[in-house]
Design a protein around this ligand. Sequence first.
Ligand code: TPP
Ligand code: MG
Length: 363
Amino acid sequence: MTIDASRGAEAPPELVQLLTPEGERVEHPDYDIDLTPEEVRSLYRDLALVRRVDLEAVALQRQGELGIWASLLGQEAAQIGSGRALTDSDMAFPTYREHGVAWCRDVDPVKLLGLFRGVNHGGWDPKEHNFHLYTIVIGSQTLHAVGYAMGIQRDDASAATIVYFGDGATSQGDVNESFIWASVFNAPIVFFCQNNQWAISEPLEKQTRIPLYRRASGFGFPGIRVDGNDVFACLAVTRKALEAARTGQGPTLIEAFTYRMGAHTTTDDPTRYRVASELEAWKLKDPIERVKSYLFKNELADQAFFDSVEAEADQLGADLRRRCLAMPDPRPLDMFDHVYSEPHALIDQERAQFASYLEGFEK
Ligand SMILES: Cc1ncc(C[n+]2csc(CCOP(=O)(O)OP(=O)(O)O)c2C)c(N)n1
Ligand SMILES: [Mg+2]
């Protein structure tokens, strides 16, 4: 039996697209965007630099400097487009793969590396960046985000919340519960699902028999599918959904239709469960190449511009590597420090037990 869950190289129907894989600008009646050449160049720079952060992190893991890394390769446009749609007062709740969104929230990428190197438990102050800590437990951040959005609502603040999750996460109870809460309380939230078509080795057709964005209608709010490899469309669609949230119109589900071009994480080998031709087809839809073609074709950027971004990426990569290796190892007992915000008897006991265990080693 074959189930058409819209996976594969063909652009599925109902997809909001403003920039084709060939770099041609197309119109959409509901979603338009007017970007200056400077803004397009800036988006290109974001895309290219986060890809370099990611490549450097994969290399560092391969050299034993990180415990693990979850690559965003192929998902740059979904993350930069949605991340650049946020205002400073909006709040974002990520999974473990949102390095592009972290970039848009001004989180120093070395702090992401710290988490994957195992030298910190998060690395940044969520309040400082309005960017929550990475969440590994699939889907649980959707509940945290709806709670946060309901708080915004009760404070009567003009801000929105966005929560990121994957296609696999849509099968979690937490995600479905969060949809219900958001819907019945009309919470100011955008559910941003990056449908990269794989949940480790599980393909999309094991999660759903209908396009994911259509799930929203069953919960009572709008759902929309956007070309997740099109940074213009992701920006336009997310902006509109955030504005709807800020103006009391409640939640939106955005399904960014994209593809995980790399492995699930550096511990995974996707050649064991997916065919090479699928990846080859998606390489033609690369989110960065289409912006480059657009800039070139319309003479909005010259070779000197692309060279300067490349040079900046080289410098960023080298700087990240240097700072990653320089991060000090934490003291083992530090891990008990932030479990609770206040002293806690059980934690004190566990700290003491662990201290005496450490004493048992020769100095
Ligand atoms: C509650 C829970 N169950 C299982 C896992 C193991 N796990 C880690 S990633 C993952 C797949 C997630 O897939 P998806 O939601 O599509 O996100 P993607 O990794 O593709 O970005 C699973 C099952 C987990 N982290 N948390
Ligand atoms: Mg996935």
